[in-house]
Write a protein that binds this ligand. Sequence first.
Ligand code: COA
Length: 432
Amino acid sequence: MRFTPPIDPTSAAALARHDLDFRLVDTADRADFAPWLQADVRGFLGSRMSDELLDNYMPGIADRRTTGVYDASAAEPAVTVATVNSWQTALTVPGHRDVPAWGISSVTVAPTHRRRGIARAMLESELRVTAAQGIPLAILTVSESTIYSRFGFAPASLTTDLEIDTRRAIWKGPQPQGRVHFVAVETLREQVLPLIEAKRLATPGEIATWPHLWDRTFGLASDDKSAKDKLRGIRYDDAEGEPRGFALYTIDDNETHYSEHNVNVLSLVATTDDAYAGLWSHLLELDLVSKLTVPLRSTDEPLRHLVSDFRAVHDVNTRDHLWIRIVDVEAALTARTYSAPLDLVLEVTDSLDFAAGTYRLVVESGEASVTPSDATPDITLSVNELSSIYLGGFSAQTYVRAGLIGEHVPDAAAHLDRAFHSSVTPHLPVWF
Ligand SMILES: CC(C)(COP(=O)(O)OP(=O)(O)OC[C@H]1O[C@@H](n2cnc3c(N)ncnc32)[C@H](O)[C@@H]1OP(=O)(O)O)[C@@H](O)C(=O)NCCC(=O)NCCS
């Protein structure tokens, strides 16, 4: 039986002072869970879910720790006025390893109850729950980048949406050795999880995903039947016939300019360079298509170097994506490997106190040891900046220039950057 940490008494007391009830939601009880889900989608401006969609959705996320805030004086007191769910996952860190991470999702507060401290109570509660379970850090993806810094989170990886002009992006990469197959979406759905899992440890910033996420991606958890019917799935098999990757896409209608269709690539996962070549060259060479739109790609896609015109691959929206909040400095910093030796004393500040302290960080042969220290710090940084540079996706020297990291000895940030460098650009390819 999965352990669900009980409701956090500090936040429950803070909300009770406003006559609000903070409690765990019983995800096995439809009468309790369905109104929570309706409140969640309403919070993200979505449509009311049908009974059929609720039936599909609920089992997929029922194992999460699901909390709600209730207002007995509201017209519909059974409907949650604030939602959060969370679960233990695994975050890939440099060195082909992962670290336990507390994933936080579905953070909503009803517009009728906004800006009276409900989200603060719920998020502080999530951080206490993270620390109490001995999980070194919490993670989330955000609707707005203005909300979470105050809780110690910071962006740790970027993502970019690409638009590719296929008339200019002529494939010049290696000839794929295998072949592409069309596969019915329902069948492909069954085949992708091992491929996704095989790739996960290769890229810092990836997380262990879950079947329901792919139901959503594959349109199987949607009330929109037409969106589902538009999905096309392809699988790449290597020369030996082993599946090595897949892509999922839809095509926008274009009756006016029939040879200029737009393909939306919703997902493209390749576990080998050969599969990467096979899937991308296939998509770039589709007839009657002039543009690919491809959300949530790495800022460091090899694709640009594999086509005839670098500028045919446009970044249309580069932004923060994965946000990290370290709660246990020693456990987080020792979980990853490092690119250069280091011996520095770090003063970490944290307005919520979880990570605050002075630590000596020593790196030898790529492995870190972290000990509390009374020595004079070489560098002072808040838990936000530490969380941001954690995967090697952001630079300590840039934060020094921005006045957010204080260097007390010359080149301390440069040393930190050399050690924290990741040879693979951190990237998370999903929303959660
Ligand atoms: C974002 C949201 C959860 C905030 O809930 P809330 O209960 O109004 O927030 P709180 O009253 O607890 O505010 C906590 C702090 O965050 C700040 N804050 C809240 N929402 C903010 C926003 N959208 N942008 C910037 N700051 C915000 C508050 O000013 C407050 O700051 P302070 O405590 O430092 O003074 C709520 O507005 C919401 O549901 N938005 C739509 C869904 C969404 O975007 N959720 C986030 C998903 S990642």
